[in-house]
Design a protein around this ligand. Structure first.
Ligand code: CS2
Length: 481
């Protein structure tokens, strides 16, 4: 039997949804209905318990989620795993899963008061160095020329246009991706899209009717595997083809800036604050920074998952040093947060052997991820006259991955990145690779002679000795005083 409303009677009582279907209405539209949203914001929204905020999930790239969830009455389970421990629950907050055209119509519904989005970092189609919309991107240009929009910002603008035409009132749009100042960034991209499309009236309406809060989201949610689905189905007693696996940990910090109300997310453990920036800085530099460092070193070494990487003492030591010496000193901890305890907890989250989080998933899209994660750490260290040793190792490992196109054992390493073609330079010497790739990451960085020397040195060592030998030697060297 497959999971559905009817099949819920066969599911253990403690695992049944806490919300719906009675009285559940769509009050929130989510753009990008992938695993992360379903295991994070959807769980918070369910636990907030307000039936006026059922979630309409909008697919952005393929209809796969709609095809999986439709036959299950939009029910799916979230399997929390930590080592041997597993617990499961079914989430009932989704009211429907629709394609982008219907999503645009839903945004114009007055009952909808919040739009959230997770479209990945490159999905914003901005230049990470400037935060500006890439107007020369062919997809952006085609949206601006008036076709049915295919980009996330184009679709969002189309939805807001429809909402204004329907006189459906104010609404909040909240970015839930791993971005620095996601709210401000998205508001700027929407404004540029309107200006380039000569929609000054729409822009003025947005200015007085739409709020763009930032938020910091945290939960490790690897792409679900057949083994996860099998484990979930065993625990549920019915088959769930849309099951997701994640860690017990979750955190959501939300900027208190809403135009038309919101679910009472704090009842579900979210923290609503005036300023998200300190939380965002901490999470992006520590968790995502160490993820990228391990991701690139790990794929070079031919390792598969994050827990495999941190099970190697030298890699774990490099991760620890990055967190302690490079990242943490650049972060002013948010009120009440003990950064040392955060670091310890983080390392134990990474070691969770049940998650099997693929390093390759983290190593994708480096041109968009590194500017949010490792580069701010590098800039802050350099500004203080300190050596960003371990952060630079992460950047050099990325450079090695994307320029060489193969792992240390010669196995091909496909590069997933919107700029992939410009990153391949298999025969180039380290100095040339550093000069070219550093310019792609951040325009102000190549001027730092110290950083350049550090990167050239790491890259030469990675190329000559491979990631594991480089890391092994590095942890034995005396750090520069
Ligand atoms: C990861 C994140 O894929 C990645 O690049 O660093 O998805 C990470 O797992 C989440 O941000 C955790 O909250």
């Amino acid at each position: 039997m497959r999971l559905s409303r009817r099949a819920l009677a066969a599911v253990p009582e403690a695992a049944r949804p806490r919300l719906g279907p009675a009285g559940l209405r769509t009050g929130l539209v989510h753009l990008g209905i992938g695993a992360f949203h379903r295991a994070h914001q959807a769980v918070y929204t369910e636990d907030a318990g307000d039936p006026a905020f059922g979630v309409c999930g909008v697919t952005m790239r393929s209809m796969a989620a709609a095809e999986l969830l439709g036959p299950q009455d939009h029910l799916y389970s979230v399997l929390e795993r930590d080592g041997e421990h597993a617990s499961i629950r079914v989430i009932g907050v989704l009211t429907e899963v629709v394609g982008p055209e219907t999503g645009i119509i839903r945004i114009a519904d007055p009952a909808v008061r919040v739009i959230t989005m997770t479209v990945t970092e490159p999905g914003y189609r901005h230049d990470p160095a400037t935060g500006r919309l890439r107007a020369s991107d062919p997809e952006v240009a085609a949206d601006l020329a008036g076709r049915p929009p295919l980009t996330a910002v184009g679709r969002l603008v189309a939805g807001l246009r429809a909402r204004r035409a329907a006189d459906a009132g104010p609404v909040t749009v909240m970015s839930c991706d791993n971005l620095v100042g996601g709210g401000r960034l998205l508001a700027g991209l929407v404004a540029e899209h309107c200006r380039l499309g000569r929609e000054e009236d729409l822009l003025a309406w947005i200015g007085s009717n739409v709020a763009f809060p930032s938020s910091m989201v945290d939960r490790i949610v690897p792409a679900a595997t057949a083994a996860d689905r099998a484990a979930a189905s065993r625990l549920l007693g019915v088959a769930d083809r849309a099951a997701l696996a994640t860690e017990p940990f979750r955190q959501w910090v939300i900027e208190d800036s809403f135009a038309a109300g919101r679910p009472p997310w704090e009842q579900a453990g979210a923290v609503v604050v005036g300023d998200v920036a300190p939380y965002e800085t901490m999470k992006l530099r520590l968790l995502n920074g160490v993820h990228s460092l391990l991701g690139h070193l790990g794929v070079l070494a031919g390792l598969g998952t994050v827990d495999e990487a941190v099970a190697r003492p030298d890699l774990a030591e490099v991760a620890r040093r990055y967190l302690e010496y490079d990242a943490a000193p650049t972060v002013g901890p948010p009120p009440g947060v003990d950064l040392a305890a955060y670091r310890v907890r983080l390392l134990s989250r990474l070691a969770n052997p049940a998650l099997r989080h693929p390093l390759a998933q983290i190593a994708a899209d480096g041109t968009h991820k590194l500017p949010q994660r490792l580069l701010p750490v590098i800039r802050a260290r350099l500004a203080r006259g300190a050596e960003p040793r371990w952060a630079a190792l992460g950047v050099a490992a990325w450079m090695r991955c994307v320029s060489a196109g193969h792992a240390d054992d010669g196995a091909p390493l496909p590069v997933t990145d919107p700029a992939a073609e410009r990153l391949r330079m298999p025969q180039a010497p380290p100095a040339q690779v550093v000069d070219r790739l550093l310019g792609l990451l951040g325009r102000d960085l190549p001027d730092s002679g110290e950083l350049r020397a550090l990167l050239v040195d790491w890259l030469a060592r990675l190329a000559a000795d491979g990631a594991l030998a480089t890391v092994r030697a590095a942890v034995c060297e005396q750090p520069r005083p």
